[in-house]
Design a protein around this ligand. Sequence first.
Ligand code: AMP
Length: 439
Amino acid sequence: MKLQSVRGTKDILPEESPRWQHCEALFRRVAALYGFQEIRIPVFEVTELFARGMGETTDVVSKEMYTFLDMGKDSLTLRPEATAGIVRAAIEHTLIEKNPVARLWYCGAMFRQERPQKGRYRQFHQFDAELLGAATPEADAEILAFAYQIVRELGIASFEVRLNSLGNTPSRLRYKDLLLEHFRPVRHQLSQDSQNRLERNPMRILDSKQPEDAEFVRSAPLLTDALDDESRAYFDNVQTLLSALGIPFTIDPRLVRGLDYYCHTAFELVTTRLGSQNALGGGGRYDGLFEQLGGKPTPGVGFALGIERLLLLMEEEGKLPQTTTATDVYIVALDAASRERGTQLAFQLRGCGVRVMTDVLARSFKAQMRDADRTGAALVVIIGEHERERNVCIVKTMANGEQQEYPLDAAKTLAALVQSTNAPHQPSNSIEHTLNTGM
Ligand code: AMP
């Protein structure tokens, strides 16, 4: 029986990987602009980290985690998100004590057992950034600007920033009371999940996607109305900063994160073009998370962007990058001895930093030329018996068809020629080499 990939996982095929590399290079570049450094965290952690870090009442923790017993003993979980792991690492390695502020980013696969559909997978990838150690509106604005700049620099236009404030702890406690007053009288009309959450964490009900909850969620009191003066001033400050940066946003008073340690700024980057999976990313402030995970009180703010969704949207908007050719030189060899010389020349050229492809199927001259054309090589080096005997090779410039002889043992001269041939040859079948076939 032919084995297949697991439902909700995807292979990123060679023709797709350049678009991933494009995103990853951009993440790395923009992260450096904001002074963020890369951290690499393990793919699995102890289950308790996510139970404590994301909250037992969240869908992710209660229903979606890939959890297993390690040698039948410890409960481990494939990471469903990066924040908990990053904060765990910051505590474990005392990153904040060495330096009052840590700016960290991470990019990698996350795992959630959700029902797969377009834009929703069981293994998906996130770019994640966390600014640890600062409890200021400036830090929130910096994180939001960072996420915004990435999406803009990917060329994506059809998205908006939604912003809300969860306020400080007293404001959220007041808000929880308001929610309890609102939901308790109708508790039996709510979904089972929401009934379970009512006393434990009523704010989580606001995230419910169950149709029976929709009406009660719609009529629920707004968090914005429960903010105290301090929280309101903080929120105003964040908005003023974003306006000064020229970053457009809309206030979404229903944007909440139902965990106790989330506070003040919460935001999402959403698009209208990907159907129900419309969130490109989200973020916010989590000043209580360090303590939750056993660390000293340390504020934090961060965001995560979903890479599959960014790529889907780039495709919709015709913003996927054009691929460039992967070969500078193709060596065509006409007999066994020429193939040996060709292999040698290829090795020498590669040693000079030239990208070289050889025919490894001992094909006919015509088939090799066709293959050379397909690769988009700027130069084709032809070696046959006639050339070999004179210790030369023929170099054909594909852009204009010109042919010239060069010494066979002068790899450096050929390498210099490659560098001066700056107009890459367009392969005859350019569709094959163009990621964005819609353009
Ligand atoms: P979250 O950690 O749930 O706030 O998710 C942050 C971002 O990750 C979302 O806005 C999505 O872009 C992406 N994301 C979350 N879950 C999935 C999934 N199952 N499949 C693909 N992308 C996802």
